[in-house]
Ligand binder design. Structure first.
Ligand SMILES: Nc1nc2c(c(=O)[nH]1)N[C@H]1C(S)=C(S)[C@@H](COP(=O)(O)O)O[C@H]1N2
Ligand SMILES: [Mo]
Length: 254
């Protein structure tokens, strides 16, 4: 299997299939197109299922090793690889992007809660003023698609420093304006590619893709990339997340 992206995608799926003893997860994942991914390989053009399956053990092992290296970087791509238009997805209805929450910016602040020293009012202009970086990385959704996007924003590790977060805390939780929630471990929060994303493809983040703030975490599966983030909480209590309660693996690292 030549294409390293195929390895990422298939390994993510394969690992889920062998680790998961959760029937609910399997039913969900297969129903949502993971089976299609394995048999038809629709995510990766020109890749046969047989070829995919024969290479899987090797990829599985590599993925297991990566799991224990929280600083491994996700692959970055050239501008020419960007997927346009970038797919839209959400838990409520992927067919109706217009249901994405409408944020009233008057009075909007990004709430920072839990184990942080400085709970200042993070208005959008203040966030736009912070140092930013850009990444062109692949987003992989377990529902059987992937796409490469260009995301610009603030390094989450920098933001956590600015607010005086307790870096020894275990979890960072993201609560969203559409009532979606997810959480990540502190090692992932401090990963250099983990980003509070404010711009996508050089434009202010669109409503469907997570305006005003989204978490971009290219070392994790798509569902960890919380859109419309309204609150970031630092804490030691496990908070889980929306898809996590349906049996998706909490780490979901790639
Ligand atoms: N607030 C919120 N964030 C979310 C979701 C959601 O439903 N609500 N869906 C997740 C899933 S499963 C995916 S694949 C990506 C889709 O992001 P996109 O619409 O920018 O492609 O957002 C993730 N973050
Ligand atoms: Mo997803």
């Amino acid at each position: 299997m030549a294409d390293p992206d195929s390895a990422y995608i298939l390994a993510a799926v394969a690992r889920r299939l062998d680790l998961s003893t959760r029937r609910l997860f399997l039913r969900q994942a297969l129903g949502l197109g993971t089976l299609g991914l394995l048999s038809g390989c629709k995510v990766v053009d020109g890749l046969g299922a047989e070829q995919a399956l024969s290479g899987m053990n090797d990829f599985n092992d590599r993925v297991q090793a990566w799991l224990f290296d929280p600083m491994r970087r996700a692959r970055e791509y050239p501008e020419s690889a960007i997927t346009r238009p970038f797919p839209f997805n959400s838990f409520y209805s992927p067919n109706t992007p217009d249901l994405a929450p409408e944020i009233d910016l008057a009075g909007w602040v990004l709430n920072v809660t839990g184990r942080v020293e400085r709970k200042a009012d993070w208005t959008l202009p203040r966030l736009y003023d912070l140092p930013r970086f850009t990444q062109i990385t692949r987003h992989i959704c377990i529902e059987g698609w992937s796409a490469i996007g260009k995301w610009t924003g603030v390094r989450l590790s920098y933001f956590l420093q600015r607010v005086g977060a307790d870096m020894r805390a275990r979890y960072v939780t993201f609560r969203c304006d559409d009532e979606y929630v997810t959480s990540i471990d502190m090692a992932t929060a401090l990963h250099p590619q983990t980003q509070l994303c404010l711009w996508m493809d050089d434009q202010i983040l669109s409503r469907r893709h997570g305006f005003p703030v989204k978490l971009r975490v290219p070392t994790k599966l798509g569902f960890k990339n919380a859109k419309h983030v309204g609150e970031i909480e630092v804490g030691n209590d496990y908070t889980g997340g929306y898809w996590e309660t349906y049996g998706y693996n909490w780490h979901s690292g790639l």
